[in-house]
Design a protein around this ligand. Sequence first.
Ligand SMILES: Cc1cc2nc3c(=O)[nH]c(=O)nc-3n(C[C@H](O)[C@H](O)[C@H](O)COP(=O)(O)OP(=O)(O)OC[C@H]3O[C@@H](n4cnc5c(N)ncnc54)[C@H](O)[C@@H]3O)c2cc1C
Length: 416
Amino acid sequence: MRIVIAGAGIGGLATALSLEAAGFRDIRIFERADRIRGLGVGINLLPHAVRELTELGLADRIAALGVAPATLAYANRFGQRIWSEPRGLAAGYRWPQLSVHRGRLQLALLDAVRERLGEIVHLGHRLVGVDDGDGTATARFATSSGDVDVEADVLVGADGIHSALRAIRYPDDGDPVWSGLTLWRGTAVIAPFLDGRTMVMAGDGDQKFVAYPLEEPGADGRQRVNFIAERRGTGSPDADWNRAVDPAPIVELFRDWRYDWLDVPGTIAAAEEILEYPMVDRDALPRWSVGRTTLLGDAAHAMYPNGSNGGSQAILDARTLAYHLATAPSVDAALDAYDEARRPATARLLEMTRQTGPEQVMLLARERAPHGFDRIDDVIPQAELERIAADYKAAAGFHPDALNARSSLTVALEPR
Ligand SMILES: Cc1cc2nc3c(=O)[nH]c(=O)nc-3n(C[C@H](O)[C@H](O)[C@H](O)COP(=O)(O)OP(=O)(O)OC[C@H]3O[C@@H](n4cnc5c(N)ncnc54)[C@H](O)[C@@H]3O)c2cc1C
């Protein structure tokens, strides 16, 4: 079976690795960029995605890239703790959560693709068109030396939030939908905060600061952390992940956010680089699989980063698609089964991230105690906090009991 993937991001590379593990060999990836530079800052891989990478035999090399956070803590803008919960192995999962640099993860997946499948990544190829045939799809790629047509039995659009395949299938889809929030993402090397293994979120729906360690502390005892500073009412909905900006005005916005456990303005001021982008997502689609093409990752379901699910859901898509292509009675049945398995699940998740997902506790704390509190129990009862956290995990498919019990997506088949 000839499988063509547009996009060598985390979703596209994970798809190639998943297909290889399911016995497919005729796989090619076409990537718009001339070089894979491993851009971005931190990304979280939740236990459900780490499970899939583990079953692909990549656990050790991915674990070596980052840090496994043991706790997730939510605080208000005064730094008062609202809720905290164990993460990964500490929460009873059989697989850890991992915080890694997105670019390092992408390059590690690329290395694995090259080792297992050879030079299947074709750079400088931008998907611009599709011709639907009878049981085939012919992809048209623009290159520096003209257009190239590539016929496939399956074409996977893993080409990100500005997906060309999605635009071809849904010409009226328009631009990504902006939440009105602007995000500044960066990394900084600072003294470890709390136990050096905690991901923290402080603030509320108008202004927020998220930080988590990305590496183990170095010889000088300092640690590289990833941070996201977020504010409503500034910026514009122009989705560019890679615009570097001056930290000074952002430091000023967070001037008063100095806690005895974390110096927020000091962390922003210490940034190695700050990238600005608007918090955008896309509406859920009625269908991903059309003819012999389907969508995957951000192309299918770009969602807000709250809940830390973008990369993880792309990896789940990849494994699910490979599973159905290997086990369904026909290619068309496989593309249908993949669509049915993943589209409603990610649509529910998208809806939850729009309602701020598990961060709802921060909004409730602000609404009920805008000037802070003495005891969180007086503001949000423990049972309500627990319910919000559990509901999100169940919707996101990573409740520990469900994930630990779910059967594997690994298929053992002969090469085809
Ligand atoms: C440069 C960049 C930086 C990012 N930084 C972060 C970050 O710091 N933190 C975070 O949580 N998430 C980040 N993300 C998003 C995150 O990687 C995705 O949400 C998630 O991993 C889903 O991956 P994906 O493969 O679906 O999409 P993406 O990772 O966006 O990958 C899509 C790929 O398709 C390629 N492409 C686009 N259009 C075409 C086309 N027409 N033809 C062929 N190829 C095409 C792109 O160049 C890209 O390599 C970043 C994405 C990008 C592209």
